[in-house]
Design a protein around this ligand. Structure first.
Ligand SMILES: Cc1cc2nc3c(=O)[nH]c(=O)nc-3n(C[C@H](O)[C@H](O)[C@H](O)COP(=O)(O)O)c2cc1C
Length: 158
């Protein structure tokens, strides 16, 4: 299958947008924009994320064994773009706090899911990480949506 055509077809799957945060072993925060997130199991409570083996913070997941999934709100498109940009100080000016697990929880996110990494599985150029949910909270009901490379919001009456 031609990779460009595959990317085009996959772009037709509408998703929300997350920023996954983690830390290195010294506690320094890292984060990346990701839409490869899935709720996996309720009992036990598990989620999965898919992380490109080339991301700058790739080693951090195994080092810290914790990550936070921040579901972005409709007004956080700028954060999605920021955390998908290589080589910048991503957290500069980004308001956040720390939860129980260690990685940052971004202010204004629609929901926060704090996870303990319990396994990693090879997935081609990505690694599939399974996380056990330690804590999950909702702050609003207005998600940022992503479809065919563009950002959308729900209609106001939803
Ligand atoms: C909407 C959107 C969704 C993305 N989803 C993922 C994803 O699920 N997994 C991933 O590894 N990268 C994903 N990316 C790409 C990363 O955010 C991007 O490569 C980022 O710069 C990687 O972090 P780094 O700069 O620390 O290397 C996505 C980017 C965008 C804009």
């Amino acid at each position: 299958m031609d990779p460009r055509e595959l990317r085009n077809v996959m772009g037709h799957f509408a998703t929300g947008v997350t920023i996954i945060t983690t830390t290195d072993k010294s506690g320094k925060a890292f984060g990346l924009t990701a839409n490869a997130f899935t709720s996996l199991s309720l009992d036990p409570p598990l989620v999965l994320i898919c992380v490109d083996k080339k991301v700058d913070c790739y080693a951090c997941f195994e080092e810290s064994k914790v990550f936070v999934v921040n579901f972005l709100s409709e007004d956080q498109e700028h954060l999605s773009k920021r955390f998908a940009t290589k080589g910048i100080e991503k957290f500069e000016g980004v308001v956040h706090r720390f939860g129980k697990s260690g990685p940052p929880l971004l202010d204004g996110a629609m929901a926060h899911i704090e996870c303990k990494l319990i396994s990693g599985h090879d997935g081609g150029d990505h690694t599939i990480y399974v996380g056990e949910v330690l804590d999950a909270t909702i702050a609003s009901d207005r998600p940022l949506l992503f479809f065919k490379g563009k950002y959308y919001q729900l209609p106001q009456n939803n």
